[in-house]
Ligand binder design. Structure first.
Ligand code: TMP
Length: 229
């Protein structure tokens, strides 16, 4: 299959005229690739967790690019044109939000907070406001409203899904794509793109790698176990 794109965590191959094969790598980066490493088994975990979550969301009416798992580390998806936005939903302060406002991680928020970053590694994925998204023509107003509504719905669904499994969803990042006038949830939903805390408040996500907390592989495996369990 023709390789179309290789990113930091995934490789995309052209499969059919309208479909891609996504290969999930074990390589991990943080802080805009200033920190690099390998998390053995991560690719398989992220593939399986993403597949399970896409299926769950589809079953609850969310349109996604997911078609099927084809191997331990690969899934088949619909080919979409990715909107150049990272859509972040936060339930508690953590990560860049906590740093930006000088908050302790875990500080509750009065409401789920939606933020956008421009997907641009050279600029370090800067925060972007809705008006700038529209002024730059990155989406139409209708598309932006659709993306916001879908993200809030995904947030409700994922929060409940993880709560049932003893995990607190602290925040997550989504990407959306366009195909034939439709907007679909795309990319991945995995411990690379969410913050998940266990019953003791211990992170079971990529923060273990970002902050050198140890037990990274075990944390990823535990998330998979709970997602499938
Ligand atoms: P942040 O607090 O570092 O901005 O991250 C917010 C959420 O987005 C968190 O769940 C991790 C996820 N995320 C990504 O998926 N990709 C990224 O490049 C970054 C910086 C964060």
């Amino acid at each position: 299959m023709e390789k179309l794109y290789e990113g930091k965590a995934k490789v995309l191959y052209r499969e059919g005229p309208d479909t891609l094969r996504v290969y999930f790598k074990d390589e991990a980066t943080a802080f805009n690739a200033q920190k690099r490493g390998v998390i053995p088994g991560k690719g398989a975990v992220n593939n399986k967790v993403s597949a399970a979550l896409f299926r769950y969301l589809e079953a609850h009416g969310v349109k996604t690019h997911f078609l099927e798992e084809v191997s331990d580390r690969e899934m088949r998806v619909r080919r979409v044109e990715i909107l150049p936005l990272e859509v972040i939903l936060r339930f508690k302060a953590a990560g860049s939000f906590a740093r930006r406002y000088g908050l302790k991680e875990g500080t509750p928020l009065k409401m789920p907070l939606l933020e956008f970053s421009l997907k641009n590694d050279a600029l370090g994925d800067p925060l972007i406001c809705e008006n700038a998204v529209l002024a730059l023509g990155l989406t139409t107003e209708g598309e932006l409203e659709g993306v916001k509504a879908a993200t809030l719905r995904v947030g409700e669904l994922l929060k409940a899904f993880f709560a049932e499994r003893g995990l607190e969803l602290v925040d997550f990042k989504l990407e959306f794509g366009k195909v034939g006038g439709e907007i679909l949830l795309a990319d991945e939903i995995s411990p690379d793109t969410m913050r998940l805390w266990d019953e003791k408040g211990e992170p079971l996500d990529k923060d273990r790698f970002r902050k050198d907390l140890g037990g990274v592989e075990e944390a990823y495996r535990e998330v998979l176990r709970r997602v499938l369990g």
